[in-house]
Design a binder for this molecule. Structure first.
Ligand code: NAD
Length: 347
């Protein structure tokens, strides 16, 4: 049984807690949080944009710590699950790896590609695993697309377009701070940057245009270039400043013998499936796979299941490994530079 210490009892600390309840082979044994009230079990003021509200938790079964250094001294913890704000990821992950713990860290891996590389190097030096919580490939619609591309059943991938747009998240005070969260590029688009890296390999250059808000990109469109010139990959992401559409995401992915479409949104507080996952095949057929209804934490439970497998086999997950997340951050950094310099940035 993998014994886990969760660091940060905020929105993700809560969602991960719900997810661990559904995972075989892992058990939360400790928490670390700086807010006393939460450490004492009152999680009712946790704010997020999906899932059930936080509850009153019985903390008696858990070892509770106010700071990470104390948690890291606990020899009964195998995996440190970092659910801290992005600006705290690199320092916490490096400390945990050096203390001999495996690490699952929420996305984005860090705020700079240089920090991400340090984290990956520390994992290699210490022989511990660094896994990053890129949960997108574990949502049914994205898991389907990932499997479709990697199976090779419909030929090689030719490219795709990926879209992820939210309304300005007014409840997140540090969202646009490049030293704390990193804005829409690092907090939002990084999901698609990671998915693009996973499906198509590492781009060699990016060309992006967009609008800045202070030091971070607010809204942009990027073209990704690859050694295979046929690969035509674009992405659009960022914030709009009308609250009526809180969230939208989707994709159109082209393969040699199939195209797959998906587009969903939250409009006026309600989910709208503009285009359910739809597969168009070369024989003219249109197929719509049906996915079982899922709770908010189910994709996270699948992600943690993959972490358990990674640690059991000793082989870092092909989806969650730190290098892939570091590559995604390198892409985001290049996209930001491209917007700022108004030119192609080579990677
Ligand atoms: N995968 C997803 O879909 C998804 C969704 C939301 C957030 N996230 C990511 O999860 C991470 C956390 O986001 P969140 O929304 O849970 O943030 P949050 O602000 O709700 O929670 C962070 C918690 O960490 C605590 N904390 C901060 N510094 C600390 C320290 N030094 N020691 C102990 N506790 C400390 C805070 O008090 C807070 O309770 C971010 O990287 C974010 O990008 C991922």
């Amino acid at each position: 049984m993998l014994r886990v210490g969760i660091v940060g009892i905020g929105f993700m600390g809560w969602i991960h807690t719900l997810a661990y309840r559904k995972v075989k082979g892992a058990k939360v044994v400790a928490y670390c949080e700086q807010i006393e009230k939460r450490l004492a079990g009152d999680w009712t003021d946790i704010k997020g944009n999906f899932g059930p509200p936080g509850e009153i938790m019985d903390m008696k079964p858990y070892a509770c710590y106010r700071d990470l250094d104390a948690l890291l001294k606990n020899p009964k913890i195998d995996l440190v699950d970092i659910c801290l704000p992005p600006g705290a990821h690199a320092t916490a992950a490096i400390k945990a790896l050096k203390a001999g713990k495996h690490v699952l860290c929420e996305k984005p891996i860090a705020l700079t590609a240089a920090d991400a590389r340090k984290m990956v190097k520390t994992a290699a030096d210490t022989g511990r695993q660094l896994l990053i919580g890129h949960v997108l490939p574990f949502f049914s619609e994205f898991a389907y697309a990932h499997k479709l591309v990697t199976s090779g059943k419909y030929g090689k991938p030719l490219g795709g377009h990926f879209r992820r747009v939210i309304s300005d998240p007014l409840w997140l005070p540090n969202f646009y701070d490049p030293r704390k969260v990193g804005g829409p590029m690092l907090d939002l688009h990084v999901h698609d940057a990671h998915f693009i890296r996973l499906l198509f390999g590492m781009p060699t250059a990016v060309l992006s245009t967009g609008r800045m808000r202070g030091e971070v990109v607010d809204f942009f469109t990027s073209q990704f270039q690859f050694p295979d010139q046929r690969l035509t990959v674009t992405a659009t992401s960022g914030c709009i400043h009308q609250q009526g559409r809180a969230f939208t995401h989707g994709y159109e992915i082209h393969l040699e013998k199939a195209t797959v479409l998906f587009d969903s949104a939250v409009i006026d507080g309600k989910g709208e499936l503009n285009m359910p996952v739809t597969l168009l095949t070369a024989d003219g057929k249109v197929t719509r796979p049906v996915f079982p209804a899922a709770a908010a934490e189910d994709a996270f439970a699948a992600e943690i299941g993959e972490v358990v497998k990674s640690l059991r086999t000793g082989k870092p997950s092909a989806i969650l490994n730190g290098q892939l997340a570091s590559d995604a951050l390198t892409l985001c950094e290049a996209q930001t530079q491209s917007v700022q310099k108004r030119k192609l940035v080579r990677i």
